[in-house]
Design a binder for this molecule. Structure first.
Ligand code: HH2
Length: 278
């Protein structure tokens, strides 16, 4: 069986993202960055206007709309676009502007209208595990068994989405690396990722430049590409199918080789791309 996967390039239109805050706050810079990531091989661009790093300040709806909508409008037609937001108003405006995936790090728990919106628009969505919220999530996180707990959470959120009218085939799941987890929790989730892939939905993984890599290697955020590659390659081998990364070209090349090694003819897509965007 060939290994199939999709590369999701990160476009942060924020002043305070942990690794590239301020770099692409200007719409022109964000659009140019998105186009560059698409040219490097991103299958999806994930546009976000609110940082979720530990302790990040929440952003008002109007401000978030102002950051992301012009960028989504101008990137529409390059590759598939996802909107990284927990707010239904922002998701609706981004879907109107050309996005067709909603990446909600609260897994439909923040905005009461989010599930109905995704169902109505028949959009794909990524539901991610997080303990608490970005203000509190790193406050001594504890689990009975981190993989069992995350799996139970994701299964419950999948059932909730389906009960709200979202087609099961539209739902992707994500263990939320770095969201309310210690270094040991993140590593155990990566080590046992196959147990989450067994749920049977596309599995998104986001380790790119995250703090646990720096805790292991001592490298600052801008210098964690090697750790990012190591963890994404391992995640591919354990069944992850969508890779959310800042460094599309380098991680893409590593995954190409990893996929060719794991399966006879590595192919992109993860069954997640719309025909017209190929
Ligand atoms: N991580 C971040 C943001 N959104 N979405 C999903 N599905 N999975 C993730 O792991 C994930 C995510 C945090 O990374 P980044 O966007 O680089 O930083 P910030 O939140 O500071 O903007």
């Amino acid at each position: 069986m060939p290994v199939t996967y999709a590369l999701m390039g990160i476009v942060n239109v924020t002043p305070d993202s942990f690794s590239d805050g301020e770099a692409f706050l200007d719409a022109d810079a964000a659009v140019a960055h998105g186009r560059r990531l698409a040219a490097e091989g991103a299958d999806i661009l994930d546009v976000g206007g609110e940082s979720t790093r530990p302790g990040a300040a929440p952003v008002a709806v109007a401000e978030e709309l102002e950051r992301v909508v012009p960028v989504v409008e101008r990137l529409a037609g390059t590759v598939r676009l996802s909107i990284d937001t927990m707010k239904a108003e922002v998701a609706a405006a981004a879907l109107d502007a050309g996005a067709d995936i909603v990446n909600d790090v609260t897994a439909l728990r923040h905005s009461p209208e989010m599930a109905a919106l995704i169902a109505d628009r028949d959009a794909d969505c990524c539901l991610m595990h997080m303990r608490g919220d970005p203000q509190t999530m790193q406050d001594r996180p504890r689990y009975t068994d981190v993989v069992d707990d995350v799996r139970a959470f994701l299964e419950e959120r999948l059932a909730h989405a389906v009960a709200a009218g979202i087609a099961e085939r539209r739902v992707w799941l994500d263990p939320g690396i770095g969201f309310g987890k210690t270094v040991a929790h993140n590593l155990e989730l990566l080590r046992r990722l196959d147990e989450l892939a067994a749920i049977g939905r596309p599995l998104v993984i986001g380790t790119s430049r995250k703090g646990f890599l720096g805790r292991i290697t001592g490298s600052p955020a801008a210098d964690r590409l090697a750790g990012t590659i190591a963890t994404n390659v391992m995640a591919l081998e354990r069944g992850a199918t969508v890779f959310r990364v800042h460094d599309v070209a380098a991680v893409g090349e590593a995954l190409q080789v990893a996929a060719a090694t794991v399966g006879p003819a590595g192919a992109r897509d993860a069954g997640t791309a719309h025909e017209e965007s190929r």
